[in-house]
Design a protein around this ligand. Structure first.
Ligand code: AMP
Length: 225
């Protein structure tokens, strides 16, 4: 396989909640030498810190709905101006609407950059529900675990930093169903947008973390440049 870390890699990891975007982005950021940018993590941090953006987003995120495009685009626009994205990035959870995808294209174009690929992680809905209800996240460092599939060494405690693991407020079965509906209505249309631009790649998201990472790396290694 080639050595993707030798050149900038600008990727979007795309798919419904629970397909493994965050897990894969964390696994691949070291491999590609680029930052993992998660809009969900940015929003949760803003909510914890009580910033004006966090206050505006809190109830919306807890209900599993999408925050307004203008709010999230402002946050991501600022992040994409940081120096560390010069080597590339892995976006996780953005874009989630066609409006956000258009904003991303315009922003990158203004910087003389463009996306290399949008990786659509395909996972059946039954697997998604199982992954999300069992997910437990470290509030301090953000590492994700799963009660059955990736249990922590000590119950309820993060392997990386020792802090307490929590279930996300929006990972209850009721909210998950709503989030999947939001994905189908507002986010899935983004696939057609990227389909016409020739950057969309589909990857089977079922399997171990390592198996799925290898599939993504193989896709990136084959990108024509
Ligand atoms: P995630 O961690 O990606 O599942 O995101 C958690 C929640 O943050 C979502 O359910 C939305 O409420 C909000 N969110 C994250 N990214 C976006 C986005 N690109 N556009 C709108 N809302 C978002």
């Amino acid at each position: 396989m080639g050595a993707p870390s030798h050149y900038p890699v600008r990727l979007v990891l795309f798919g419904a909640p629970g397909v493994g975007k965050g897990t894969q982005a964390s696994a691949l950021m070291g491999r590609f030498g680029v930052p993992h940018i998660s809009t969900g993590d940015m929003l949760r941090a803003a909510i914890r810190e009580g910033t004006p953006q966090g206050q505006q987003a809190r109830d919306i995120v807890e209900r599993g709905e999408l925050v307004p495009d203008v709010l999230i685009s402002e946050m991501i626009g600022e992040r994409l101006r940081c120096e560390d994205v010069g080597t590339g990035f892995i976006l996780d959870g953005f874009p989630r609407t066609v409006g956000q995808a258009e904003y991303l294209d315009r922003t990158l174009e203004g910087q003389g950059r463009r996306l290399d690929a949008v990786i659509n992680l395909a996972v059946p809905e039954a697997v998604i529900a199982e992954r999300l209800t069992g997910r437990r996240v470290c509030e301090a460092c953000g590492t994700s675990f799963h009660l059955a599939l990736r249990p922590p060494r000590l119950a309820g405690q993060c392997d990386v930093c020792g802090s307490e693991l929590k279930q996300r407020a929006d990972d209850s079965l009721y909210v998950i169903q709503g989030r999947l509906g939001v994905y189908a209505r507002q986010t899935a249309p983004v696939l057609a947008y990227y389909g016409t631009r020739g950057v969309l790649r589909e990857v089977d998201g079922v399997g171990t973390v390592e198996q799925v990472s290898e599939r993504i790396e193989a896709v990136v290694a084959r990108l024509s440049r």
